[in-house]
Design a protein around this ligand. Structure first.
Ligand SMILES: [Zn+2]
Ligand SMILES: [Zn+2]
Length: 348
């Protein structure tokens, strides 16, 4: 199968003082070791928003790493990749260093390559150039929007794997995409009860639809009392911090059970004051998690293929490349969206 590739393409590009701008740019050259992917959908990630807000982006950056698409062209040195193959894209790593061998390829300092938030242009464009090691095939029965959401669910699965529990009472603090994905995955395992703490009513509702037995509004409810009511006075076996609010870390330590785990999933830049002896007196473990692995993405795609997991209810808004700059300003920046999915090319 041959796919005709045009010389130029639309892309949403970051420009200093202007933010996201729709431009027409050359389609990247595939190169001998590259693979060109025709993008179907790209999700807008919380980290994309954080990068724009902190002003840490280089002029001309193309964001977008939550991608599904089809292989459109392969370099002559590439083998084992078929034109037309349906794929998602995750960063590659060296596979040989201390971090890679310990199962943490996302810490690889040797050869980590990634699109959108790394060293290569991302997928808010109709084509994206990647490396063969970044490709993860999409199994039959998984549509392109679900596939583009796999990474968000893989991030949530990685949080659960970091803690290493598959059962118990679980509290998720914060109902953004990763917090909600966590609620969904916890409900597929033996966690009970699953409680979501989130101030926005629509997100609490989605949390219930995803399997939370109870929700709390951290600004209105007497959350401390309800935490212990829900857990027969013990507190939660595991607390996932997904709100990004520094003050929720000491709260999580108050609400975790003796011998329980607190996992910081969101990236918190502000200092948090914790009283270390709360950790002694509970023998609680405080940990954090970062990124996810190819294997976790494959696991999510398998669950989607088996019909156990449908990620799509997470999508609150759909848009296209031309509208994305406006949707960013009006919807994403003010925090009104859960997950914005950008429809870019031919879907599957
Ligand atoms: Zn992401
Ligand atoms: Zn490595």
């Amino acid at each position: 199968m041959e796919i005709a590739i045009p010389p130029r393409m639309p892309a949403v590009v970051y420009r200093a003082h202007k933010g996201l701008v729709l431009e027409e740019i050359p389609v990247p050259a595939t190169g001998p070791d590259g693979v060109l992917v025709a993008v179907a959908h790209t999700g807008f990630c919380g980290s994309d928003h954080a990068l724009i807000k902190t002003g840490g982006l280089a002029e001309g950056t193309i964001l977008g790493h939550e991608v599904s698409g089809r292989v459109a062209a392969c370099g002559e040195a590439v083998s084992g990749v078929a034109i037309g193959q349906r794929v998602i894209i995750r960063p590659s790593a060296c596979g040989a260093c201390r971090d890679c061998r310990s199962g943490r390829p996302y810490f690889c300092q040797n050869a980590r390559r990634s699109i959108g938030i790394g060293d290569m242009p991302g997928a808010f464009a109709t084509y994206v150039r990647v490396l063969p090691a970044m490709l993860i095939p999409v199994p039959d029965g998984v549509d392109a929007r679900n596939a583009a959401l796999a990474e968000a669910y893989a991030a949530a699965l990685h949080a659960i794997n970091t803690v290493g529990r598959r059962r118990g009472a679980a509290l998720v603090m914060g109902g953004g995409p990763i917090g909600l994905a966590l609620v969904k995955l916890l409900s597929l395992m033996d966690f009970d009860p699953i409680v979501l703490s989130e101030p926005v009513a629509a997100k609490r509702e989605l949390g219930k639809a995803f399997g939370a037995q109870a929700t709390m509004d951290p600004f209105k409810d007497d959350t401390g009392r309800r935490v212990f009511e829900r857990t027969a006075g013990h507190g939660f076996d595991v607390v996932f911090e997904c709100s990004g609010v520094a003050g929720s870390v000491p709260q999580a330590l108050d609400w975790v059970a003796r011998g329980g785990d607190v996992c910081i999933v969101s990236l918190i830049f502000d200092p948090a004051t914790i009283i270390p002896l709360t950790i002694n007196f509970k023998e609680a473990r405080l940990t954090g998690c970062y990124s996810n692995t190819h294997e976790e993405n494959r696991r999510i795609l398998r669950w989607m293929a088996e019909g156990r997991l449908d990620g799509r209810p997470l999508i609150s808004h759909r848009t296209n490349l031309a509208q994305l700059p406006q949707v960013y300003r009006e919807c994403i920046d003010p925090g009104q969206a859960i997950k914005v999915m950008v429809d870019i090319g031919e879907s599957f």
